[in-house]
Every structure is written in C-alpha cells, then in structure tokens.
Design a protein around this ligand. Structure first.
Ligand SMILES: Cc1cc2nc3c(=O)[nH]c(=O)nc-3n(C[C@H](O)[C@H](O)[C@H](O)COP(=O)(O)OP(=O)(O)OC[C@H]3O[C@@H](n4cnc5c(N)ncnc54)[C@H](O)[C@@H]3O)c2cc1C
Length: 414
C-alpha cells in the first residue's frame, strides 16, 4: 500500500480482513500527514454531489476573473489544469452531473455505514457523532431555490425555518437576523479524520497483519513483463504480490512508470482550528454555511472552520488572506466562544477528479497494480466504503466498483 492517508489505511484494514498481509509505506513520519490531516471532519453524505454541474462553468469564469471569494485560480498557465479543466467541462452537462452525483452518493452512504461498523469493531474514538449536519442559508433567494430541489422522503433532509433552527440549537442564534432557514440531514456524521486514521493505524499494527513503514518514499518499481515484483524506495526494496497506490495528489507521479496519468488535480483548501472557550455558544452539530461556502465543525474541545477551492498546482503555502477569511468569519459569529488568537491554520490538497468519482480498479496494462485515489472533497466520507470495494476487487469478490468508480481506458474495474 503506497500512502497512509485515510484512503490507504482504510484500504489496508479491508485487505487484512480479506486475508492479505499488508505493508503500508508512507514518506511522511506519521499517518494522515497530508490531505487527511485537518479537513472539515464531516462525513458529508448529504453533500455528495459532483462539483461539475450546469452552474459550474459560469462559476469557473467568475473564479478566473477573481470574483468568487471561495473559488480561486492562481496558477493559470498549468497544462495539467487545462487538461483537467477540459474534462471537467465535459462533465458539466445535467445528465453527467446526475450520474456522477448518484455514484458519489452511493459510495458515500456505503462509506458512512461501513465506518460505523469499523468504529464498533475496533472501538475507535475520534470526536465522532452520527446525528446529522445543518445546511444553513443567509441568502433568501438561495434558500427559496433550495426548497424547490429534492428533500424529504428518503433524502434524509428536513427543511426548517430560522426560528425552529435557533430553537433546536440556541447556539445558532449567533445568526439571528441573517439566517433565512436551512435543512437538517440525518445521513451525515462528523469525526476527526486525522485522529481516526492514526487510531486505526495503531489498532491495525496491534492486530498483527498490517505493518507500517514511515519516512519511506516510493521512488519506482521492479517491473517484469506486466507484473510488479517489488516496490523501490529510498529505504530499500519491498517484494510484493500486489501494489495499491493510494497516494492522494501524488498518485499521477506514481503511475507515470506505467504510462498512465490519472486526471487528479490538487485543489487546495484551508482550515483553521480554534480552542473552544465557551461550548454553550458552539452548535453541537456541524454546519455548512451554504451562502458563504464554509464548513464549521466542533471536534471535542476545538472548533474547525474550512473553506476555499484554490487551483494553485501542488503549492501548499498557507496564504495569509485566505486564512484571514476564516478568522474573520469566526470572529464575526463566534467571538468570545473560541480563542481566535490561538488558531492553527492549515492548507491541504484535495485529490480531485473532473467528475468527482475516485479511480478504483487495476491498471489495465499490469497484472497487479491497483488504484484507490481521487476522492476530492469527499475522501473522509467515502474512505471506508472505497477501501472495502477495492479490497473485494483484489480478492476477486463481487463488488460495486463499476457503479462508483471513475472510468478510464487504462483502468480495469473487475
Ligand atoms: C480544507 C479541506 C476540507 C475537507 N473536508 C472534508 C470533509 O469534511 N469530508 C470529507 O469527506 N473530505 C474532506 N476533505 C477531503 C479529504 O480530506 C481528502 O479527500 C482525503 O484526505 C484524501 O485522502 P488520501 O488518503 O487519498 O490522501 P492523503 O491524505 O493526501 O494521503 C496520501 C498519502 O500518500 C503519501 N505519499 C505520497 N507520495 C508518496 C510516495 N512517493 N511515497 C510514499 N508515500 C507517499 C503521502 O505522504 C500521504 O500520506 C477535505 C479536504 C480539504 C483540503
């Protein structure tokens, strides 16, 4: 397994359940050091929808012009961005959007229920709760438009007006006068992705059939014919029967030896995590501010706020004005309840495919190289489900890969 982010570690868990001995290699010193480190922590089944949709081209044009506060393009002359962008545009038709969103929702629902099974089996504690998420609107037109869409029935959403929301959770009174209404979903959960990944890695190590080597960078492969016999690293050579690449945004670099370039673009996002001073003013459930496009999650005694999709290549710099945007939001709505001066700022690169669906399958030209990569804004949500699907493929068992994976001519989805 190449990669000890949330995708690599959950796939290792499922492979061990299928009876494999698993060696996980990661160039970082600890699990979840990259994109899985400080994300919003929302198991966002209710948000499982493709970014590529009929409204996206207009939004991208506005982003190019610098008119979108939450979507930015700061690396225009990037050939990888143009290649990715053309494919993204092809996926914006209404029918394609629906097809991809349905696939993402299926994998996300599966991910959430598999997470709860795993949590019970391993007794993992990661500031989790499974009682839903609020989707809030401060713009009346936006809220009215949302009410025309799908909710109720088996969508898991219930629409609520502002007074009911504030009665349900008095901490939402901080939006009094601005809040127009919102939805509550009962299909979402929350939890600290980094705590989860680290506890699962520790638990797997204790169980005995998964071994982790950190500080170990994969540099190449010993390829004979169509088969990889060993993975080459800066700390040695590791013989293997199968290789799984779950390296997030580094995946295209690691498949280059096989002549394959998956369309996975690093879409940068930012988070800020604040110590909570007064929990009575912090909403219990996470919420997504659909008007300002921020996610706010209480994780134990910390409040985490995340936002922004920035197309800046592999640059992970934490840009001051981007995180100031998060601090201003928190100072406006939660001043006194958190210690803004003690914020921990972070930036991560979402491994994003044009359709939003991850690549799950075997590289067609090889006998034993597998991909589990490209989960974009929903990696934490899909992780345990995607790991199960890929492990079943490798074990030759029935699986839902064909329904949920991104397709490509170089990918076999058994
Ligand atoms: C701001 C933000 C908020 C988000 N919020 C949410 C959310 O609320 N819910 C949700 O579902 N998702 C969310 N996401 C998305 C989610 O965090 C990612 O989809 C997920 O973490 C990707 O996991 P991964 O394991 O594929 O990648 P990573 O976590 O990046 O792991 C890849 C690993 O591969 C290793 N690696 C790379 N190259 C090599 C090499 N050559 N040799 C050895 N090791 C290598 C890296 O060190 C790394 O540990 C968010 C993302 C961001 C940025």
């Amino acid at each position: 397994m190449i990669g000890a982010g949330v995708i690599g570690v959950t796939t290792a868990y499922h492979l061990a359940r299928q009876g494999f001995q698993v060696l996980v290699l990661d160039e970082a010193d600890v699990p979840a050091a990259m994109c899985s480190h400080a994300n919003a922590g929302i198991i966002a089944v209710g948000h499982a929808s493709s970014w590529a949709g009929p409204a996206a081209p207009r939004q991208m044009v506005r982003a190019f012009l610098g008119k979108e506060p939450s979507v930015m393009v700061s690396r225009f002359m990037d050939p990888d961005l143009w290649r990715w962008g053309l494919s993204f545009l092809r996926n914006c038709r209404a029918a394609a959007h629906r097809k991809h969103s349905d696939a993402m929702a299926l994998l996300s629902r599966h991910g959430r229920s598999a997470l709860q099974d795993l949590e019970r089996e391993a007794g993992l504690i990661f500031d989790q709760a499974h009682d839903g998420v609020y989707y809030l609107y401060t713009c009346p037109t936006q809220f009215a438009a949302r009410l025309q869409g799908d909710f109720g029935g088996d969508t898991g959403f219930t629409a609520l007006d502002a007074p009911t929301l504030m009665q349900m959770d008095p901490a939402l009174q901080t939006f009094d006068g601005r809040l127009q209404g919102g939805l509550i979903s009962n299909v979402d959960s929350k939890g600290d992705c980094q705590k989860f990944t680290t506890s699962l890695a520790n638990w797997l190590s204790d169980q005995g059939n998964v071994t982790f080597h950190f500080g170990c960078k994969v540099t190449g492969y010993d390829i004979r014919g169509a088969t990889v016999h060993a993975v080459l690293t800066d700390t040695g050579r590791y013989a293997c029967d199968h290789v799984v690449i779950a390296a997030g945004t580094a995946t295209p670099k690691l498949t280059a030896s096989f002549g394959v370039r998956p369309l996975i673009y690093p879409v940068k996002g930012y988070s800020a995590t604040y110590p909570i001073l007064d929990a009575s003013h912090i909403p219990d459930r996470p919420f997504i501010d659909e008007t300002s496009l921020l996610a706010v999650t209480r994780l134990g005694d910390r409040l985490r706020v995340t936002a922004i999709a920035e197309f800046a290549g592999h640059d992970k710099t934490i840009t001051a004005d981007r995180v100031a945007y998060l601090d201003r939001y928190v100072a406006r709505y939660f001043s006194g309840a958190v210690d803004v001066a003690q914020a921990e700022h972070w930036a991560g690169l979402r491994p994003t495919t044009p359709s939003g669906r991850p690549y799950l399958g075997r590289l067609r030209k090889t006998a034993n190289v597998w991909l589990n990569a490209g989960h974009g804004q929903l990696g934490w949500t899909m992780a345990v489900g995607a790991g199960e699907v890929l492990a079943a493929m490798i074990a030759g068992k029935p699986n839902s890969g064909a329904q949920v994976s991104e397709t490509a001519r170089w990918l076999t989805i058994p």
